[in-house]
Design a protein around this ligand. Structure first.
Ligand SMILES: C[S@@+](CC[C@H](N)C(=O)[O-])C[C@H]1O[C@@H](n2cnc3c(N)ncnc32)[C@H](O)[C@@H]1O
Length: 300
């Protein structure tokens, strides 16, 4: 049953965990819980939970009386998520290895299903019908998907730029990645903003709702402490270094040892310069705001 397709070829633990930690910040707790219709005491499934950052957020936000079930087919993610929950004494979460299209759950057994950036990689209709099957009457199925073309991304003059050499080495390493993504259906089932609620309707969901959440990641925002600013930059660096490691795993001869060392050095230097700006209390306003669409429907 298990596999490591996603964690080995598409996105690693750090990339998913750290970006979700920022995306699902605690100060957005009420916003997320309201939109997803989640309340204390429910049984909630996170379908395609990855390494589990969102399940851990829900565990904290919804408390001990709530039961969170994380399901993913990637064994590495599930093992990591289990370990992390144990470390943090989160006894209201359980993790199951399983296919989103054949959930290892009884009919009418849970109060809500949610997923974050999963529907675009699986056949949409089967994905929603399976969650409809496991939800009790009046249970809610919510789908969150990123809208990658709705983006604000600033590149201020003072931002330490990627050198031509760094770009060249990254391009060399990732030649052929498109083929790997195609092989594993990454983004194959991306769903149009109109088609998604239409599909909920066609599949017999009621009380269909459409929401959007703007997600800002702004290092210099005054609500970030000095330590948080440093963590955001360190996180961005670690994510990129993880991407490089995954590239080397897929394409072992993609870079020579010398080139690999040079690329890592260039990345370290670029992010070091960004950290220096924080240390000097210099605000440069490099930030992104992206749009997360949320569509949900209630089971009859
Ligand atoms: C973009 S990641 C999102 C992970 C997590 N929801 C998050 O936002 O951190 C997509 C996830 O879907 C999982 N996935 C893809 N197809 C699946 C399937 N058919 N059944 C179960 N999980 C699947 C992958 O293993 C991966 O963890």
């Amino acid at each position: 049953m298990g596999n490591n397709i996603w964690s080995k070829n598409v996105q690693g633990i750090l990339m998913l965990d750290l970006s979700r930690e920022i995306r699902f910040r605690d100060d957005r707790k009420d916003l997320f819980l309201n939109i997803l219709g989640l309340k204390e005491g429910m049984t909630v499934v996170d379908v395609g939970c990855g390494p589990g950052a969102i399940t851990r957020k829900l565990s904290n936000w919804l408390g001990d009386k709530t039961k969170i079930i994380g399901i993913d087919r990637d064994t590495t993610f599930i093992n990591y998520a289990k370990e992390k929950a144990k470390e943090q004494n989160m006894y209201n979460i359980s993790y199951l290895e399983g296919d989103a299209l054949k959930l290892p759950l009884e009919d009418n057994s849970v109060d809500a299903c949610m997923s974050h950036t999963v529907i675009e990689h699986v056949p949409n209709k089967e994905f929603l019908l399976e969650q409809k099957r496991v939800c009790k009457p009046n249970g809610r199925v919510s789908v969150m998907c990123a809208r990658p073309n709705k983006y604000i991304k600033t590149e201020p003059k003072l931002l330490p730029k990627q050198s031509e050499r760094e770009k060249k080495l990254l391009d060399k390493l990732f030649k052929g990645t498109d083929e790997i993504f195609k092989k594993y259906n990454v983004g194959k089932y991306s769903v149009d903003p109109v088609e998604l609620p239409t599909l909920f309707d066609e599949l017999g969901f009621k009380d269909i709702q459409v929401d959007g959440i703007a997600i800002p990641v702004a290092i210099d925002d005054a609500r970030n402490s000095y330590k948080e600013k440093v963590i955001i930059v360190e996180t961005q660096k670690e994510q990129l270094l993880e991407v490089v490691s995954m590239g080397l795993y897929q394409n072992k001869s993609g870079l020579s040892d010398k080139e690999e060392k040079e690329l890592k050095q260039l990345i370290e230097e670029r992010f070091h310069k960004r950290l220096e700006l924080i240390k000097d209390r210099k605000y440069i306003w490099d930030y992104t705001i992206f749009l997360l669409q949320v569509v949900s429907g209630m089971v009859d």
